[in-house]
Design a binder for this molecule. Structure first.
Ligand SMILES: NC(=O)C1=CN([C@@H]2O[C@H](COP(=O)(O)OP(=O)(O)OC[C@H]3O[C@@H](n4cnc5c(N)ncnc54)[C@H](OP(=O)(O)O)[C@@H]3O)[C@@H](O)[C@H]2O)C=CC1
Ligand SMILES: O=C(CO)COP(=O)(O)O
Length: 333
């Protein structure tokens, strides 16, 4: 049974680009926001300058956002947004599990699959914060676009549809729209899978393969994202929505995407060690995990497989392209 949540204080854990942008959204939606980051020096700089120059330069922090490196604000929050990279999620969730307000729902805003365990983000929360309701926020939304107040639509998912709806209503602003669903699995899969495919699209662009090849990769990439999603219980309509197709199209078509940009650098011949430019590219971590899962359920994911092989150094770019082009002709489904 769902009770009605009144969210007044919102805690954002992680002051990267996305955490900072979402803190501003929550503030613009009328809430008091506590923004936590681990590094006291970084927090002091954000508090002094009222801008996160390291991660979201040029965007003023809303007056209702309080940055902190201690846990007090987060402990008092009625709703928590977890916005650290997927591979850090477990450690951060374990750290905060004992101190969060009882009943405060946790919204994971990271996109990926955990290496080693092959777990989706909501399952990491189920393990580390037992008894707490996980929700997932995902969809086409560059942090800078959202922070600048450009129109954006995302999906908020929780197994409890009413909870998803309440969170969506709490975070909405005139320019940030949240569609709600109970298909948690579909939403977290869409966000994770598209990052790997965006690397493939970047590789093709960097290699100069042309716009037609790019479109083929988006369409065939969506086919493998959908096969994978269905095998893990996602609904088709979710995968065709904002967090699947929507985010795939965004990320595969814009150099603003760090995953796409990583691919471009690889396609242009930059060595793997330097290609990310020191930026987070979640797909580079998710690739091996999603392939593990795909193998277990006998899901074919040739594009993701090529990306994984390139990232693992098993295949060079030319070899990866040859492998994809040499695939047997088959039905389109
Ligand atoms: N940027 C975007 O446009 C969007 C990003 N996302 C997703 O949001 C997630 C975060 O991305 P984003 O904010 O862009 O990444 P950033 O690289 O901008 O920031 C990541 C932040 O996480 C912090 N962090 C990492 N590990 C830990 C840890 N163990 N404990 C505490 N803090 C930690 C880092 O802190 P420190 O600075 O101290 O290293 C950093 O501030 C990713 O999963 C991404 O896919 C989703 C939608 C849009
Ligand atoms: O998830 C994103 C947009 O929806 C951000 O993409 P990148 O992580 O590739 O920058």
């Amino acid at each position: 049974m769902t009770h009605h949540h009144a969210f007044t204080r919102i805690g954002v854990i992680g002051a990267g680009a996305w955490g900072t942008a979402l803190a501003n959204v929550a503030a613009r939606a009328g809430h008091s926001v506590d923004l936590w980051a681990r590094d006291a020096h970084h927090v002091a700089a954000i508090a002094r300058d009222r801008v996160n120059a390291k991660k979201l330069p040029g965007i003023a922090l809303d007056a209702k956002v309080s940055p902190a490196s201690d846990h007090a604000g987060i402990a008092a929050a009625d709703l928590i947004l977890l916005v650290v990279p997927t591979q850090s999620l477990r450690g951060v969730a374990q750290r905060f599990a004992p101190i969060l307000k009882p009943g405060a729902p946790v919204v994971v805003c990271a996109k990926g699959i955990e290496q080693g365990t092959d777990l989706f983000v909501s399952d990491i929360i189920a393990q580390t914060m037992p008894g707490r309701q996980p929700a997932v926020l995902s969809g086409p939304s560059f942090a800078h676009d959202v922070a600048r107040g450009l129109p954006t639509a995302v999906t908020i998912a929780a197994s409890d549809a009413a909870l998803a709806e309440q969170i969506g209503a709490a975070l909405a602003t005139p320019s940030f729209r949240l569609y709600h669903t109970d298909d948690l699995r579909g939403v977290e899969i869409g966000g994770a899978a598209k990052n790997v495919l965006a690397i493939a699209c970047g590789i093709a662009a960097g290699r100069g393969l042309g716009a037609s090849a790019g479109a083929a990769l988006v369409a065939r990439g969506f086919a493998e994202l959908s096969r994978f999603g269905r095998a893990f219980g996602a609904r088709g309509e979710t995968l065709m929505g904002l967090s699947g197709l929507g985010d795939l199209v965004l990320t595969c078509g814009s150099i603003q995407s760090r995953n796409f940009a990583l691919g471009v650098a690889l396609g242009e011949g930059m060595p793997l060690a330097r290609a990310s430019g020191g930026k987070l590219a979640e797909g580079a971590f998710t690739a091996s995990a999603i392939l593990d899962l795909a193998r277990k359920r006998h899901v074919e994911m040739p594009i993701s497989q090529a990306v994984d092989a390139v990232l693992a150094g098993r295949l060079d770019i030319g070899g990866a392209i040859d492998t994809l082009l040499a695939r047997p002709l088959r039905g389109e489904g």
